[in-house]
Design a protein around this ligand. Structure first.
Ligand code: NAG
Ligand code: NAG
Ligand code: NAG
Ligand code: NAG
Ligand code: NAG
Length: 453
């Protein structure tokens, strides 16, 4: 371990900031734990799975066509998929195979594990959903393709998962206030699974969210593309819930809602090289709806481009919630004409009826924004709108430079504590720095003694 070993995270954050002012140590005002939070590809226990095409390693090909799938985009191939799944799942080293060049119409289906060892799901063709909400089986209200209870499985291929969502969008209450507000299916769900890899694949035009990872542990997503029109309602790209140790890399997402959203009970989430737009940005939350508890910790976004999104990096919580968001690093982000590049919104209210202010709130602390630059559409390039009763604390802005094409930019703070270091434009003088000056003065002194800076 290094010299920071004994230093409490919070104390270090403050102490190093104070010291950095004197020592010009640019890199140091960041909590060490967060700084060193790296999640490497190879941390997941996944044995090297050879491509089925090589036919080495004794792979068993389970082609949906062998189960009478038609693949003309019109015939119902649900049963063929289900039968192929049953065989693939019960056969060690099998490849559930959807061949390229065809389009398979598949209704809502649950692909259940546990399965035999070393399952590969190879999707090279297109899987399309029936497009008529009226005919959707109400038993599958919120899912289209759901995989559950898998361990060490690989999803890969150049194929497309297409939710045919346009009629669902038209029926959304977001599109037409006279429609009832109800949920629509998620195109691809991976639930209750461990050590999962997803490579390639395009997920598009989902009925609602595109790709949900729920109750999972150790997930690696690489080179996935997600796309839907910018005005399609609630079509989040990748949604992570109750999951830990998730890495999303080299992923391009453009939808009508959050490109990535991370909600309750999620921790150790890393997003690397993300392109987002159109969409609502990269979000933690929403959390705390209906007085619920929301906890999200240890999240890193590193290297991202957000283009013409309504938000950049966002934390959103409802009034009345509890729990906390703690230990988040957003870094190396380029904003291109983004409406709210940096935003914490603790008055989030995505409801047809208005929301009341309450005293309880999800506590937001230890959030670092580092090397974030580009252009903002709104004047308030930095907006920290925190709960009156539960202020945000330890917000750190480090080398942030946001410009507006025609006009000046400003930072807005409400009940937000923290500080800036290096270049911070617009200047975030509105952050109150009581964290470092008052209540923690003692621990700062203590930490300086321990850090040997
Ligand atoms: C909204 O829905 C109502 C009832 O279904 C319909 O009569 C109306 O034409 C719709 N409005 C728009 C703008 O589509
Ligand atoms: C948040 O996650 C915890 C732990 O998994 C769970 O007990 C709780 O019900 C979740 N809250 C909500 C609102 O889903
Ligand atoms: C949340 O708690 C507040 C304050 O106790 C209460 O007024 C409100 O009805 C609760 N809301 C829900 C959805 O339970
Ligand atoms: C800052 O972020 C940009 C991406 O927006 C990246 O190209 C650049 O290398 C970063 N600078 C440093 C010092 O890491
Ligand atoms: C809630 O509190 C915020 C901040 O104090 C205030 O700006 C807003 O008007 C309040 N909203 C309601 C509905 O009272």
């Amino acid at each position: 371990m290094d010299k920071f070993y004994l230093v409490p995270l919070l104390g270090l954050l403050i102490a190093t900031h104070v010291v950095a002012g004197h020592m010009v140590c640019n890199n140091i005002g960041i909590p060490e734990e967060l700084e060193s939070l790296e999640i490497e590809e190879n941390e997941v226990e996944l044995s090297e799975i050879p491509s089925w095409k090589s036919q080495r390693g004794g792979k068993v090909l389970v082609n949906v066509d062998s189960f009478s799938a038609v693949g003309d985009g019109v015939s119902d191939d649900t049963q063929a998929f289900q039968k192929a799944w049953d065989v693939a799942c019960s056969t060690p080293k099998s490849v559930f195979f959807v061949p390229q060049g065809r389009s398979y119409l598949v209704s809502a289906t649950k692909f259940k594990g546990p399965c035999a060892d070393k399952l590969t799901i190879q999707i090279d063709g297109t899987i399309v959903a029936p497009d008529e909400p009226k005919n959707w089986d109400p038993k599958f209200e919120r899912v289209w393709l759901e995989f559950s209870k898998l361990d060490k499985a690989v999803f890969q291929g150049d194929g497309v998962i297409d939710g045919s969502g346009s009629k669902w969008w038209a029926e959304s209450c977001k599109k037409n206030k006279s429609n009832p507000c109800r949920g629509a299916p998620t195109a691809l769900t991976i639930d209750l699974s461990t050590a999962i890899r997803v490579k390639g694949l395009t997920i598009q035009n989902s009925q609602q969210m595109h790709f949900v990872i729920s109750r999972c542990e150790a997930v690696r997503i690489n080179g996935v593309k997600v796309s839907a029109p910018g005005d399609s309602p609630n079509t989040d790209g990748i949604h992570i819930s109750e999951s830990t140790n998730v890495v999303i890399q080299d992923t391009k997402i453009g939808t009508g809602d959050d490109c990535i959203s991370i909600v309750n009970a999620s921790s150790i989430i890393k997003m690397n090289r993300i392109y987002c737009g159109p969409g609502h940005g990269i979000s933690i939350g929403s959390l705390g709806k209906d007085n619920s508890t929301g906890i999200v910790t240890k999240v890193i976004l590193d290297t991202a481009v957000l283009k013409e999104t309504t938000n950049g990096v966002r934390i959103k919580t409802w009034q009345g919630g509890s729990g906390y968001v703690r230990g988040v690093r957003f870094q190396n982000v380029k904003m291109d004409d983004v409406s709210n590049p940096i935003i914490i919104d603790q008055f989030y209210c995505d409801s047809p009826t208005s929301c009341q202010n309450q005293t309880s709130a999800v506590k937001v602390s230890e959030i670092i924004y580092r090397n974030i630059s580009g252009t903002t559409k709104s004047a308030k390039a930095i907006k920290f709108d925190c709960s009156d009763s539960v202020p945000c604390s330890n917000l750190v802005l480090s080398n942030v430079d946001l410009e507006k094409q025609d006009g000046t930019v400003e930072a807005y703070c409400h009940s937000a504590r923290g500080f800036g270091e290096g270049v911070v434009h617009p200047a975030a003088d509105c952050l109150t720095s009581s964290d470092k000056s008052d209540e923690l003065a003692e621990s700062i002194a203590e930490d300086i003694r321990h850090t040997e800076l």
